[in-house]
Ligand binder design. Structure first.
Ligand SMILES: C[S@@+](CC[C@H](N)C(=O)[O-])C[C@H]1O[C@@H](n2cnc3c(N)ncnc32)[C@H](O)[C@@H]1O
Length: 352
């Protein structure tokens, strides 16, 4: 019998994993893989002080890399339901950035969000400053442990409509492995004014897929027009969202881009190969439609809250590296996918 697959949807699994292996670990891709999409989103959104929510940060170096995209580190909120990962992340940030990044006196907060500084950021991360000058609170990122599938847990640390960008590096993949959940109807978060909702609360006749629930929770904390940038191994991670055709894309004459290949160098010492060879094969992609009755009885339809504005395949560097200089090795092409979702204007309310 094959060994049981790891429980990627279990909090205990992640805590045990981070205790056993506290060193940085990258899922799927190096932290730089999301850069072009984050840069593009920041340009499009043009918010004066954009807040970035990094969901399921784990022990990825992406948390620190994100600092290069913003003026102040406090604009970045790293979140995970593993408090082990959150404690490690906070401690590592203090170790890396205590004295600023460079001996020349340039501070971490002065990094410009362009490609060059983003690339050199990785070098800086590998050579942390040794001085012990104290950090002011605004030079630190926010770190919170919260469960993305529990709206009250999330709202204890995140404000409604606060974030311009949600950064998701394989966290949706992990959420997709969580158990389906029964929810109250009307749901805690509703798309119509709570006054117009039926007052007796019942349990959903069947459990809902966790990605539907997370999509509603993320919509609650994201500003209208904000972006959810998601890296996944799955080519159909959000089946409830359709990529618009060129004609339906708001009069735009540009065809939607679906296959922009981006080469990325993996972080030295990352363990993406382990993820690809052992872990990904067992992940669960089943996502049924939400029953109409559940929508009618007060669960917000995620397809009205988000629209898919881009889907791009990126060729994992690990696969192409493996064939370099070894013409007899033939591995099938493996793609990873970047999804860019945009929050619609449909308002959400919290049912009290
Ligand atoms: C596949 S790992 C990705 C980690 C990191 N983003 C990376 O790229 O290396 C998934 C992460 O999501 C977190 N996670 C899973 N389910 C979660 C939930 N319901 N709420 C908050 N975090 C969750 C796990 O603890 C883990 O750190």
């Amino acid at each position: 019998m094959p060994p049981a697959p790891p429980s990627f949807g279990s909090q205990e699994y992640w805590n045990m994993r981070f205790i056993a292996n506290p060193v940085p670990f990258e899922w799927l891709e190096a932290p730089t893989a999301l850069d072009p999409y984050i840069i593009d989103a920041l340009k499009e959104i043009e918010a004066p002080n954009p807040q970035l929510l990094h969901i399921g940060c784990g022990t990825s170096l992406l948390s620190y890399h994100l600092r290069a995209h913003v003026e102040k580190p406090s604009q970045i909120h790293n979140l995970d339901y593993s408090d082990v990962a959150i404690k490690l992340g906070r401690k590592r940030e203090a170790e890396i950035f205590e004295a600023g990044w460079s001996a020349s006196g340039e501070e971490a907060t002065s990094a410009k969000p362009d490609r060059n500084s983003l690339e050199s950021d990785q070098e800086k991360l590998s050579t942390p400053a040794t001085s012990t000058a104290a950090n002011s609170p605004s030079s630190c990122m926010r770190w919170s442990s919260a469960n993305l599938l529990d709206h009250s847990s999330l709202l204890r640390t995140c404000q409604a409509s606060a974030y311009s960008i949600v950064v998701d590096k394989s966290t949706s993949d992990s959420i997709a492995c969580s158990d389906d959940l029964y929810v109250p109807l009307p749901y805690h978060v509703v798309a119509a004014s709570p006054q117009s909702m039926k007052t007796n609360v019942t349990e959903s006749p069947e459990p809902l897929h966790p990605l539907h629930i997370m999509a509603v929770h993320l919509a609650l904390v994201t500003k209208p027009g904000g972006r959810w940038i998601s890296l996944s191994y799955s080519m159909n991670r959000y089946p409830f969202l359709q990529l618009p055709t060129p004609e339906s894309a708001n009069g735009s004459s540009q065809p939607m881009q679906t296959t922009a290949s981006v080469s990325q160098a993996p972080q030295q010492g990352t363990a993406g190969d382990e993820a690809e060879s052992n872990d990904e094969v067992s992940l669960d992609d089943d996502l049924d439609d939400i029953p109409v009755k559940v929508l009618k009885d007060g669960f917000p339809d995620p397809s009205t809250l988000w629209k898919l504005v881009g889907k791009y395949d990126i060729e994992p560097q690990t696969a192409s590296e493996a064939t370099k200089g070894n013409e007899t090795t033939h591995r099938p092409k493996v793609s990873h996918w970047i999804y860019v979702l945009e929050r619609t204007n449909v308002p959400l309310y919290i049912r009290t």
